[in-house]
Design a protein around this ligand. Structure first.
Ligand code: SF4
Length: 328
């Protein structure tokens, strides 16, 4: 597609997508691009961007609300140990994000007087903030004209403009160029465009079953016009059952609930009489923590896998070990 044809198509599609977004977009508390939005602090937007990396909105929303009540500013979070951030991360997954967010809060306090910085360069210097997250915070928190390209936006661009079922497995320079060409010149419009395309990808142009009948730009869609060709590759499924990720998550759930260090051996094998509930434990865990320990052992992970996962969590600094056992 030439720049001119992209430009005219963008003008047509942007009006349609933005109208759809203004009428249908979810009024999320961290969203500032809708006219009736009540506003959100840059810190609230930053927290949401960390949480939304690899976790859907429905799971993020309740945790985000608890976080913002407890830690409404970077200084509030920085004043507590990072283990509290990991505990409050709950079941969002990938808990290293909580550690990095805490480290970013500390850096904001130390280097930016407690205020989230507004440029991509400053943002990318913070722990855990990469290319995508810095662009998203700069655009949505500070209204800057930034090309924000997440998985949803990449998929919409691939279908709508390139006629492909899926974008390339990894982000290409051609995609970056296309995203830049599609971005409206006007700053406010560019913020709305980013939010609107992201929302279209999340709600309508979904990965597995795009709802083309409901799509505001179906008449413009290159993939639909080409007869909806199959993807050029089979995307790798995100396996979960039996993986180290699942076992690490189950171990972290025990540690979050435990009020005291949990002896290492309790992770490696269920104690005698565990099944009958009459086990004589050397540890007085809360009912919640015992329930999580039971859930871990129901996974029936091999001892080598349990050892590997404990070692990994210790190495990543997500767990600590003392003579008494493991804790956050
Ligand atoms: Fe996506 Fe279908 Fe809309 Fe094309 S018509 S942008 S494939 S939802």
């Amino acid at each position: 597609m030439t720049t001119n044809s992209i430009d005219s198509k963008r003008h047509r599609t942007s009006r349609l997508i933005e109208e759809w977004f203004l009428a249908t977009g979810r009024d999320l508390p961290w969203r500032t691009a809708l006219p009736h939005s009540t506003g959100c602090s840059p810190w609230g937007i930053m927290v949401s961007e960390f949480m939304l990396q690899q976790t859907p909105v429905s799971r993020v929303l309740p945790v985000w609300e608890i976080w913002m009540t407890r830690w409404p500013t970077p200084a509030a979070l920085a004043a507590e140990p990072s283990s509290e951030a990991v505990r409050a991360w709950g079941r969002l997954g990938y808990p290293r994000r909580a550690q990095r967010l805490h480290a970013a809060a500390v850096a904001i306090v130390e280097q930016h007087d407690g205020e989230v910085p507004g440029t991509r360069e400053e943002l990318q210097a913070l722990p855990g903030v990469g290319v995508y997250t810095s662009a998203a915070i700069a655009a949505f928190a500070f209204g800057r004209r930034e090309s924000v390209v997440d998985t949803n936006i990449r998929r919409v661009h691939a279908r709508l403009f390139s006629g492909k079922a899926l974008p390339s497995p990894s982000f290409t320079a051609a995609e970056a160029r296309l995203a830049e060409e599609l971005l409206p010149e006007d700053r406010a419009e560019s913020v709305t465009w980013n939010a609107a395309v992201m929302e279209l990808g999340a709600l309508v142009c979904t990965a597995r079953s795009p709802k083309c009948q409901e799509c505001p730009v179906a008449t413009e869609c290159a993939w639909l016009a080409a007869g909806s060709p199959e993807p050029e590759y089979v995307p790798k499924g995100q396996s979960w059952h039996g993986t180290d990720r699942q076992v690490r998550g189950a171990v972290m759930a025990v540690l979050r609930e435990a009020g005291s260090p949990v002896p290492r051996e309790l992770f490696l094998a269920p104690p005698a009489d565990w099944e009958t509930g009459t086990a004589n434990l050397s540890w007085s865990g809360s009912e919640g923590a015992l329930g999580r320990l039971d859930a871990l052992h129901r996974l029936k992970a091999a001892p080598e896998q349990l050892e590997r996962c404990l070692g990994g969590l210790l190495k990543d600094g997500l767990a600590n070990e003392s003579d008494a056992g493991l804790s956050l």
